[in-house]
Ligand binder design. Structure first.
Ligand code: F6R
Length: 600
């Protein structure tokens, strides 16, 4: 989604640009930088061609700059164009602004500014911010004060950084959107995500809602809402010991799919020793499950699917009342006391998830964050944090983080349940054994489906729509397969509980309609499949628990683990990617999507 970077200090444009490149993979449709040169002039570059292309536009020596702001934009208000790209400038070309979030009262402010004589040149809500700042600065306010007064007129959510190219000062503020500050010793960064500056600093501070910082020749000043001038506390930058996936594919997604058995092994090596003695649960400081009456798992998109699989562990193995909530709808929930909330988010910055947590009545719930980013807003907000250890995932479509979230969640849940009197001991044992077999099951699925998925994609390249069916623990994998397919191929894909087929979706099935069936061993699926075949639909069955050895088909035990047939996600990911490649889609950056969704 949108990304902000800023630097005040030597080689400012180069430093802001480097940091911006580290956010680029999250998805953007334009990028821009504004900087103050050492000679007091301004440089302003915007492009639709990627962060690297900004270098050309920075013209003369980008190192001869003393303050700079940068932005990658994911359009919400106003179409994708250079004109609408950030940084946006005021009427006089003195102030430049970058913004993440949404200014909900932009229309009213825009009218007011127009009647006051401002020239608004874009369709972007952010533009009102820079003109309001222009008014405030023109009456003599310093940049920090001007930003605080401007923010007081705004409604919505924002992280905003402003550059005054006349003085080289920067100021930033945040409200419902992340912004961090990090001092390097020779300069100061602002960024919307610590990942932007992780290699360059060891600690950072987080702006809380309505804090304002200003940074100029005299140093950095912090202004908290309420008058305190005390800077916020320091957070360590987590060590990034894991590298991005690499391999034989030119796209990240292909390598991330292939890496899943390794990720699974890593998670299990780290966490499974703490299951049988409950040490993993206790280390997280979570309440004993006797003191928990219910579990609510929440998330969005693929993380919500991983959450549904995890909910299955608490329910099937633990007999705990459990629900999985779409984070953007959690505002309608009635929360009961003694609830354990597991918030799932690979980025840890998903605004819908953060907003759902804001809606929790205080004292009612313990929040466990399950994330791939332990320095994220979610991690900072939760009572306990578990790292899902997937390593950097660059492809916008989540793959290895899904597998890592399911397994991490399963380990944590089993650890908590191990000593719980309500849990089913035989199921716990079976689940524990199944965990150990997961890396091999994932490898096996990769091996079995790599060529088959490619062939199938060739056959189905003209299909306009797909159905994905499952039952019980398999249903969530059908949903994940459909999500991957639509994200990557831009084709319609509908997941359904297989039992619902006859209640409506069967009308979609015609000769050749592709219907993926996630087989978790439920015998009733045979009837569902027969219904599709009777209409000449094309059934593709995945997740069958059988193994071909020396030409013989061996049936594996039919009962799968509580989290369902995890390896069935592999053929679905492979197929989605193969189909997308045939359709010449960019599998790492699907259209209209972003890696970190910071607007609610
Ligand atoms: C799907 C995908 C999205 C994310 C969703 C939540 O491939 O990537 O559906 O899963 O936007 O993101 P996080 O996990 O960062 O909260």
């Amino acid at each position: 989604m949108c990304g902000i970077t800023a630097f005040r200090g030597p080689s400012a444009a180069t430093r802001a640009h480097e940091a911006l490149a580290r956010l680029e993979y999250r998805g953007y449709d334009s990028a821009g930088i504004a900087a103050r040169r050492s000679d007091g002039t301004a440089v302003h570059v915007r492009t639709l061609s990627g962060v690297a292309a900004l270098v050309m536009g920075l013209e003369r020596d980008p190192d001869a700059t003393t303050a700079a702001i940068g932005h990658t934009r994911w359009a919400t208000h106003g179409g994708v164009s250079e004109r609408n790209a950030h940084p946006l400038e005021d009427c006089g070309g003195r102030l430049y602004v970058v913004h993440n979030g949404i200014i909900e009262n932009a229309d009213v402010l825009r009218e007011r500014l127009r009647s006051a004589g401002h020239r608004l040149a874009t369709d972007v809500d952010t533009e009102v911010v820079v003109h309001l700042l222009e008014e405030a600065v023109s009456v003599g306010l310093d940049l920090g004060r001007a930003l605080a007064d401007t923010a007081a007129l705004m409604e919505g959510s924002w992280a905003v950084v402003v550059l005054d190219t006349r003085t080289g000062a920067l100021a930033g503020t945040a409200h419902g959107s992340p912004l961090i500050l990090a001092d390097t010793g020779d300069g100061v960064y602002l960024a919307s995500d610590v990942g932007a500056v992780a290699p360059f600093v060891s600690a950072f501070r987080v702006l809380e809602d309505d804090d304002v910082v200003d940074i100029d020749a005299e140093g950095t000043r912090w202004h908290r809402a309420g008058g305190s001038r005390r800077p916020r506390g320091l957070w360590p930058v987590p060590a990034i010991s894991l590298l991005a996936s690499s391999g034989r594919h030119t796209d990240h997604m292909g390598n991330e799919i292939d890496e899943q058995p390794i990720v699974a092994r890593r998670v299990l090596d780290a966490l499974s020793p703490g299951i049988r003695d409950g040490a993993l649960w206790n280390r997280l400081g979570l309440p004993p499950l006797e003191n928990v009456d219910r579990v609510a798992v929440l998330g969005c998109g693929t993380s919500l699917h991983a959450g549904r699989a995890l909910a299955g562990v608490f329910a099937r193995a633990g007999h705990l009342p459990t629900r999985a909530l779409t984070a953007s709808e959690a505002g309608h929930e009635v929360w009961e006391p003694r609830t354990l909330v597991v918030a799932m988010s690979q980025s840890g910055e998903t605004a819908d998830v953060l907003r759902a947590l804001d809606g929790l009545p205080s004292g009612h719930a313990t929040v466990l964050a399950l994330t791939n980013n332990t320095a994220s807003s979610l991690a900072r907000r939760a009572d306990a944090v578990i790292d899902c250890l997937a390593g950097p995932e660059i492809g916008v479509a989540a793959t290895k983080t899904f597998v890592a979230q399911v397994l991490t969640g399963a380990c944590v849940a089993l650890s908590g349940l191990w000593s719980s009197p309500r849990a089913d001991a035989a199921t716990l044992e079976a689940d524990f054994t199944a965990l150990a077999g997961t890396p091999d099951a994932l490898s096996g699925a990769l091996h079995a489906w790599r060529d088959r998925a490619a062939e199938l994609a060739g056959d189905l390249v003209t299909a306009s729509g797909f159905l994905f069916l499952g039952r019980g623990a398999g249903l969530v994998y059908a949903a994940e397969g459909a999500l991957k397919l639509k994200e990557l191929s831009y084709r319609w894909a509908e997941p359904h509980a297989a039992g619902e087929l006859k209640h409506g979706p069967l009308a979609l099935v015609d000769a050749g309609t592709p219907v993926f069936v996630v087989d978790d061993g439920d015998p009733r699926l045979d009837v569902d499949i027969a219904e599709v075949q009777a209409r000449a639909g094309r059934v593709i069955r995945v997740g069958e628990r059988s193994l071909r050895v020396g030409g013989l088909e061996l049936q594996l035990p039919r009962r799968g683990p509580s989290w369902g047939p995890l390896e069935s996600v592999i053929p679905l990911q492979l197929f989605a990617r193969e189909l997308a490649l045939r359709l010449e889609r960019n599998v790492d950056k699907p259209r209209n999507l972003a890696k970190s969704v910071t607007v609610a």
